[in-house]
Design a protein around this ligand. Structure first.
Ligand SMILES: [Zn+2]
Length: 229
């Protein structure tokens, strides 16, 4: 029998052309503050142009994100076509929104990267049966995303989807940037690098000049490969 992690498979995802991301906000005004903070943070990366979709420009932007309230936080990975929902559960935080927008921009979960086994140990025996699929490796790795980052906004915590209170995912690397594995507070420096790499064809020269250097620095400085006890 094949183990759940033996076949990296995820269909090639669609990125947003020219890194332009049209969107509509359909969450209640009190919740839109957190959402707007997340959108602003992505804008600050100077990779993406988030464009508010209006009746005036609707024809120009047939594909767009619809931020809606849902039962749980959920997003398709990459551009799906048409008005695609990014669902945000009541009480969502800026960090939750950063995570779901990360999916919508084309990133899967960090702990599912092709190179994850060098950085984390998946404890299959502790994972809720219905959530096994959330730990399946996909094809993206260092070439697409840069250095692996346990503190990525796209990474699970040690306990995500545990069925018995024991760890589902354990880091093999010591993290040196002051963030926790599975944090939902902010984009890490390496998240910025990952989005830049993923979109370097779409977003053009600006990123390549500014962040190529960042990538070199961050991957050397922040991480050491040593077992954590
Ligand atoms: Zn997710």
């Amino acid at each position: 029998m094949k183990r759940a992690d033996e076949t990296p498979k995820v269909p090639r995802i669609k990125l947003w052309p020219r890194a332009v991301v049209p969107y509509q906000i359909e969450v209640p005004p009190e919740a839109s503050v957190e959402l707007q903070r997340a959108i602003d943070r992505y804008q600050q990366l100077r990779i993406f142009s988030f464009v508010l979709r209006t009746p005036e420009n609707a024809e120009e932007f047939p594909d767009y994100l619809r931020f809606v309230t849902g039962k749980r936080n959920f997003s398709h990975i990459g551009k799906a076509g048409g008005g695609q929902e990014v669902q945000l559960a009541p009480g969502f935080t800026t960090g939750n929104a950063l995570h779901e927008i990360g999916h919508a921009l084309g990133r899967g979960h960090e702990h599912c990267r092709s190179d994850r086994d060098d950085y984390v140990t998946i404890r299959w025996e502790n994972i809720d049966t219905h959530a096994i699929i959330e730990f399946t490796r996909h094809w993206m790795g260092p070439a697409e995303l840069g250095h692996y980052d346990p503190t990525s906004i796209m990474h699970y915590s040690k306990m995500t989807f545990t069925k018995n209170g024991n760890h589902t995912c354990e880091p093999k690397v010591k993290v040196r940037n002051g963030l926790l594995m599975g944090q939902r507070k902010q984009l890490s420096d390496l998240d910025a690098v990952a989005f830049g790499r993923l979109y370097q064809q779409e977003s053009g020269q600006l990123y390549q000049q500014e962040s190529g250097q960042l990538y070199q620095q961050e991957s050397g400085r922040l991480y050491q490969q040593e077992a954590e006890r």
